[in-house]
Structure formats: structure tokens, C-alpha cells
Ligand binder design. Structure first.
Ligand code: PLP
Length: 456
């Protein structure tokens, strides 16, 4: 089967380069308005060309993150509008820590974050800002939790990102791990039983492993009963809110606005280069916990400085510009950025169908989003035979760059695996599955090729 992807003009960067050059020339006119000076740092272009050429060669050591044959980890290139906006803004290098570090990019950050608040359904009185990643965004939300419920526990499921237990340690907060079923369903009785100890319950909307969407509705009901906070970690899944009606757990997505805090990573499903996370709070009064008075930041205006509500100091204004520009092109609507998420979701649905039709492979669990866990059925039905075949298939895919594929591996407890697949012998502690993240819109048209290459 042949793809015509190579003929697709969108696979080339040429059309975008004149746009950057035009915009840089206009920005030069602005630079020159300030009168004669020694100029921007000068260097010999030929020397830089040589270095860039060496860099280009080194970059070829990457896996093909841009290509749909790469269906491994949560990695993909940013949208052209994002890297163009980032590159243009980075020539000025504004800092969104204080308003004076970059008035226009601070304004763009406020506008972009307001779009995120609108997407999750927060109205008025919310607070939020961009961060350099989901990790620091989660740290901030847990810090606020600690200030509100000192001494109480952070509870998160065994499928939650490891950052929650690690950051609880950093914040000196006790951490409680909630057991999950083989299919990723949190033990709600366990949460109910420990309700009084919990200060904040983390609900992951799209786990990093297999993209499970945890039952926000039922977890919110427990928070009302016991009075703990709900922190939605939607670092990976947040933008799926845009296509909630098309998803299996749409009722939970519609309740996102009831979470006390939410983390969403624009550098995961928001088409951004790395350095772009975000945190939102339902009640703006949590801003009081961030109060500081620094002689270094130059408060020349009464307006909100983003550094006043953030634990991080310097942050790239270019990130805000890139995200803002992306939302101008692809607004947070079902037909804007939602169209990209829909293609990713469609890809995982068609892939899942191929796995189920195949006599050679089996699906671990039905995906809630765009991540599939699956395995090749081994001759001998044991946990270790499944792991061996996953590892072999994983390695084989990378051997031939032109006709191969790139997957990732995911470890589940053998006890869970054998709950779903009764006829397997749990001869090891864990089972290694194959895992595919279908987060590129190009995956939608590529599923059959990928499934054929896998021998499904
Ligand atoms: C990726 C991820 C994080 C960590 O975010 P980074 O941006 O990698 O720092 C936290 N939680 C979840 C659910 C994630 O998927």
C-alpha cells in the first residue's frame, strides 16, 4: 500500500519561510526606530551556516516524530504558526514574569488563558496563567491545596502521573495512592473510606499511560460529601473537552468547570513547542497565597503582573505569543482546534477496530481518548510471553526506517492483565504491552498502513 503523504505540500517548510522573513523585516523597521546604534549582535553568517549544518546532521538522530509511522510517545512537532510566532518573538525575547518584561506578550498570555478558561467553562472570578510545563502547573495547584487544607493528604490514583507523589514530597504533604481496577477505574469506596484525611483529590482527565478519563462526576460527589478539593490533571487530555460529545465519557468532560483547579498542557495537544503548560483556578482568591514583594520586579503599573500569581519567575513571552497565534488560527471550538483532536480520536477508534478484527492481536482496554494499549497473542498464553513479543515487535519496528513503525511499551500488573484475560498464566509480576499515542492528525489517514506493517 502506498501513501501519497510524501507528495503533500504540507510536508515541506518552504511555504512558511518567506512569512518569517517578511515579519522579521517589519520588526527590523521597529528596531530601527530607536535610532542609530551598534546593531544586534553581529556574526559571520558563513560560520553560523556551518554550525547549523552540523546541528542539522545531529538532529537526524531523532526518531521521526513528525511522521505518522511514529505512534509511540506523546511527541509531535508544533504547528507552523506556533514555531513561526515563537521564532519571531524570540528575537526580542520578552519575559512574561513581570508586565514590564513584555507588555504585548503578557497581554497575549491573558487572552490565551481566558480562552482556556472559556473552554473548561469557568466563568468570571477565575485565575490562571501559563507555565513552562505541566509539572510546575501541578506543583502550584498542590501548593494552593496545602495552603487551604494544611496537614491533609493529596490523593491520586495509581494511574496518575508520578509528579503528584513527587510534588507532595517536595511540598511536605502526605500522599495517598488510590487503587484502580484492571480497567483503570478508581476504587471509590477506598476514597470514601479515607475521605476525612484527604485535602485534595487529583482526578486525571486522560492518564499519561493509556489515556484513561477518571470518573470526575463520582469523584466530585465524594468531594461534596467530605469537603476536599478537586484538582483536575488534564495536562494530556484537556483539549479533548472541545469534542466532548464525541467521547465515551462526555458527561465527565461536561463537569470540568466544577473542578477547583485544572492543569492543561498546550505543549501536549495544543500544537505548541515545549515550554507551554497552564494552570487555572476556579476561585481567584487563591492568588493571595502567591503574594510577594520583590525589589527586582519593577511594578510600574497597577495591572496584574503574571509573576504575582506564579511560582516561576522568568518565562518565555515567546511561548505566550506562539499559543496566542495558534488560537487565532485554530480557536478553541469543535471545528477549530477540536478538528485536530477529532482526527486523533478517529485514528484510535479505527486502530482499535483493526486490533479487534485481527486474529493475531488483542486490545487491552477500550481507549477513552487517542491512546491504545494492545499486544500480540503469543503461542504460549503466559504473562512473560506477552512481554517478550511486545519487546520484539517494538524493536523490529525501528529496524527499517522506510517501512517500519515506532511504538512505545507500557507495563501493567500481571494481576490486572489476567483479570481481563482469564486464560493467561500470571508467571511474572508485570506484563509489557504495546502502546500507541495517535496524537497527530496525520494518523487518521495512516492507520491501515500502520496496522498492515504490524501484521494485523
Ligand atoms: C505530561 C503530564 C504531566 C507532566 O507535564 P509536563 O508538561 O511533562 O511537565 C502531568 N500529568 C499528566 C496527566 C501528564 O500527561
Amino acid at each position: 500500500m502506498h501513501s501519497n503523504l510524501e507528495d503533500n505540500p504540507l510536508n515541506h517548510f518552504e511555504p512558511y519561510l518567506p512569512l518569517l522573513s517578511e515579519a522579521l523585516q517589519k520588526l527590523d523597521a521597529w528596531r530601527n526606530r530607536f535610532g542609530e546604534h551598534a546593531g544586534i549582535a553581529q556574526a559571520d553568517p558563513d560560520e553560523i551556516r556551518n554550525i547549523l549544518s552540523d546541528l542539522e546532521t545531529r538532529l537526524e538522530g531523532n526518531y521521526p516524530f513528525h511522521h505518522p509511522q511514529y505512534a509511540g510517545q506523546m511527541l509531535k512537532p508544533p504547528h507552523p504558526v506556533a514555531w513561526l510566532a515563537y521564532a519571531l518573538t524570540a528575537t526580542i525575547n520578552p519575559n512574561n514574569h513581570a508586565l514590564d518584561g513584555g507588555p504585548p506578550t503578557s497581554q497575549m498570555e491573558k487572552e490565551a488563558v481566558a480562552h482556556l478558561a472559556g473552554m473548561v467553562g469557568y466563568e468570571e472570578n477565575w485565575l490562571g496563567h501559563l507555565t513552562s510545563a505541566g509539572t510546575i502547573a501541578n506543583l502550584e495547584a498542590l501548593f494552593v491545596s496545602r495552603e487551604i487544607h494544611p496537614g491533609k493528604k493529596v490523593a491520586a490514583t495509581a494511574n496518575a502521573h508520578y509528579t503528584h507523589s513527587r510534588m507532595s514530597h517536595v511540598l511536605n504533604m502526605p500522599f495517598l495512592e488510590i487503587p484502580v481496577s484492571a480497567r483503570g477505574v478508581p476504587d471509590l469506596d477506598f476514597i470514601d473510606m479515607h475521605g476525612r484525611e484527604i485535602g485534595t483529590l487529583v482526578v486525571t482527565m486522560g492518564t499519561t499511560g493509556l489515556g484513561y478519563v477518571e470518573p470526575l462526576g463520582e469523584m466530585l460527589a465524594l468531594s461534596k460529601k467530605h469537603g476536599f478539593r478537586i484538582h483536575a490533571d488534564a495536562a494530556y487530555g484537556g483539549f479533548f473537552r472541545l469534542i466532548a460529545p464525541d467521547l465515551p465519557k462526555h458527561a465527565d468532560w461536561n463537569l470540568l468547570s466544577e473542578a477547583d483547579s485544572i492543569v492543561i498542557d498546550p505543549h501536549k495537544h495544543g500544537l505548541q513547542p515545549y515550554g507551554c503548560g497552564s494552570v487555572l483556578y476556579k476561585d481567584a482568591s487563591v492568588g493571595r497565597f502567591f503574594k510577594h514583594d520583590s525589589p527586582y520586579t519593577y511594578f510600574t503599573s497597577d495591572q496584574l503582573h503574571l509573576g504575582e500569581i506564579s511560582l516561576e519567575c522568568s518565562r518565555a513571552g515567546a511561548s505566550a505569543a506562539a499559543f496566542w497565534a495558534t488560537l487565532e488560527l485554530l480557536p478553541l471550538t469543535p471545528d477549530g482546534l477540536g478538528s485536530v483532536l477529532r482526527k486523533a480520536r478517529n485514528a484510535s477508534v479505527s486502530f482499535t477496530e483493526r486490533v479487534k478484527e485481527s486474529k493475531e492481536f488483542d486490545l487491552y482496554t477500550e481507549p477513552d481518548l487517542d491512546i491504545a494499549g494492545y499486544f500480540k497473542i503469543p503461542g504460549q498464553k503466559t504473562a512473560s510471553a506477552v512481554s517478550e513479543s511486545s519487546q520484539r515487535i517494538f524493536r523490529e519496528g525501528m529496524e527499517n526506517p522506510e517501512s517500519g513503525y515506532h511504538l512505545s511499551l507500557f507495563r501493567v500488573p500481571a494481576a490486572h492483565f489476567c483479570t481481563i484475560f482469564h486464560d493467561y498464566d500470571a508467571d511474572a509480576h508485570d506484563v509489557v504491552l504495546l502502546r500507541s499515542v495517535f496524537m497527530k492528525e496525520e494518523h487518521e489517514a495512516y492507520i491501515d498502513i500502520l496496522a498492515d506493517r504490524l501484521g494485523m
